[in-house]
Design a binder for this molecule. Structure first.
Ligand code: GLA
Length: 348
């Protein structure tokens, strides 16, 4: 299965955690259409942890969707999502239980992959809790990678081992299409900055077919929901979204898209930023050297078609001067050349 550009979608975890339902997923799929998210490129509607009963079905060994949360079952829900021209995602885990203590896929990889395929699942987020001793992540992700390929359906494989065991050095070999590279995001400016800064030297394994996943966005959450924490300002969310786009990583929204406000909707559907994120060359960005990287950051990236993107990020709480040094980007003074700038997203 070819995944040529970073996947874009929405995931239930950041806002809803355990509080998920058939109605929530249907309403969110509707919002993809009504708000123009689908037109902007968002495609995957993903249910995270907490969707099943606490035990597998005794007779069949299969994981059973919680009938109170999902009374029509997963096939009907997948059909609904597909009827909107969208793709349907689900969640499992490489260990014996999921992180929220529901049945997970260890030693059931082939049965679960087949079940997901029968339901019409297009995307599987695969977590890393409760793995038995002696089984390395590398093997467990390889197992699910094989099972998905044997399932008879194209299913995007989204690995989520939080960056442990130098995941970037082996993840491509497992067949995964994206890989979480850090611990969980929370809705604070410190959290998204820490994630981005930690990945500056880790975007080398990332590229078409296997993207570094810096976690679901908190943009628009304003402190509400499962990973709500203290929340961010609109200006912080502009930084967060623009940083993810400059890095060319998956864009998985995590706010309640049914109630997203106009300003945040405009941000997450900004065509210029999304074009940078989805650039077909999938190059890693270059982070300009700066001793004060925690406070200010200048990012440069080659794009397709003779274009370049430059991002200026002020993480300080006061105004800062920032310098983009042409020669650091590879453009020498002797060349006599320069750049023509077109703003994509200005300061607030
Ligand atoms: C882990 C993952 C999160 C989320 C939860 C669900 O913490 O990193 O993204 O999937 O598990 O329990």
């Amino acid at each position: 299965m070819l995944v040529n550009t970073p996947p874009m979608g929405w995931n239930t975890w950041n806002t809803f955690g355990n509080d998920i339902s058939d109605a929530l997923v249907r309403e969110s799929a509707d919002a993809f259409i009504d708000l123009g998210l689908k037109d902007a490129g968002y495609q995957y509607v993903v249910i995270d942890d907490c969707w099943s009963l606490k035990t597998r079905d005794r007779a069949t060994g299969r994981i059973v969707p919680d009938p109170e949360k999902f009374p029509h079952g997963m096939k009907a829900l997948a059909d609904y999502v597909h009827s909107k021209g969208l793709k349907f995602g689900m969640y499992s885990c490489a260990g014996q239980r999921t992180c929220a203590d529901y049945p997970a896929s260890f030693d059931h990889e082939y049965l679960d992959a087949k079940t997901f395929a029968e339901w019409g699942v297009d995307f599987l987020k695969y977590d890393f809790c409760f793995c038995p001793r002696g089984f390395k992540g590398e093997l467990l992700y390889r197992r699910m990678g094989m099972a998905l390929r044997a399932s008879g359906r194209d299913i995007l494989f989204s690995a989520c081992n939080w960056g442990v065991d130098d995941v970037w050095s082996w993840i491509r070999s497992t067949g995964a299409h994206m890989f979480r590279s850090t611990g969980d995001i929370f809705d604070t400016p410190e959290s998204f900055r820490k994630i981005a800064i930690s990945q500056m030297n880790r975007l080398n394994a990332h590229g078409a077919q296997c993207f570094n996943d810096m976690d679901m966005l908190t943009v628009g959450m304003y402190g509400k929901g499962n990973v709500g924490a203290a929340g961010c300002t609109a200006a912080d969310y502009r930084s967060e979204f623009a940083l993810w786009c400059m890095c060319g990583v998956p864009l998985m929204l995590g706010c309640d898209i049914r109630t997203i406000d106009r300003e945040m909707l405009e941000l997450v559907t900004n065509r210029g930023l999304i074009a940078i994120d989805q650039d077909p060359e999938c190059r890693q960005p270059y982070f300009m050297h700066d001793p004060e990287r925690e406070k200010k950051l200048v990012v440069f990236r080659h794009l397709d078609g003779g274009k370049y993107a430059v991002g200026f990020f002020n993480f300080d709480d006061k105004e800062r001067d920032m310098t983009f040094t042409f020669s650091d980007a590879g453009l020498t003074a002797a060349s006599g050349l320069g750049f023509r700038f077109t703003p994509v997203l200005g300061p607030l």
